[in-house]
Design a binder for this molecule. Structure first.
Ligand code: IDP
Ligand code: MG
Length: 149
């Protein structure tokens, strides 16, 4: 089992897409193990997007991510990191495949409604940045025997 960090960005919240996005993860058999709704501080935004510092879109990206509440979560499942990146789709919604979250719900790279960790190391780093250990819940889902052989 693998865990990944996922965030519905301020535009996803404002556009009332939380329910539709969560439905996709639930229907895929993925398991939510942590979740919180929060207004991202400047400090957290800068830490989260550290690797983009200095890029032309950096300032607007920080402004965007701190502009309103987000839904942050940790999702668990087999191969969850790669699986969820595929479900999310390409960074630029114009290039995202239909059927992906970005491909179905967005128009512009600067308003792409969702974030998901891109690799094992970043998933671990982001989970630790956004959640305390005691905010992540270990539990069994009753349908696990029907989802995994
Ligand atoms: P990702 O979210 O698909 O991992 P990254 O390349 O890591 O994509 O970029 C992080 C975020 O920065 C993107 O999701 C998007 O919100 C924003 N971003 C990336 N490239 C651009 C750009 O060229 N213009 C505006 N925003 C961008
Ligand atoms: Mg990224």
């Amino acid at each position: 089992m693998e865990r990944t960090f996922v965030m519905i960005k301020p535009d996803g919240v404002q556009r009332r897409l939380i329910g539709k996005i969560l439905q996709r993860f639930e229907e895929a058999g993925l398991k939510i193990v942590a979740m919180k709704f929060l207004k991202v501080t400047q400090e957290l935004a800068e830490k989260h997007y550290e690797i983009h510092k200095g890029k032309p879109f950096y300032e607007s990206l920080i402004k965007y991510i701190t502009s309103g509440p987000v839904l942050a979560m940790v999702i668990e499942g087999q191969n969850a990191i790669e699986r969820i990146r595929k479900m999310v789709g390409a960074t630029d919604p114009q290039k995202a495949m239909p059927g992906t979250i970005r491909g179905d719900f967005c128009q512009h790279i600067g308003r792409n409604i969702i974030h998901a960790s891109d690799a094992k190391e970043t998933a671990e780093k982001e989970i630790n940045l956004w959640f305390n250990k005691d905010e992540i819940i270990d539990y069994k889902m009753d349908d696990e025997k029907w989802l995994y052989e």
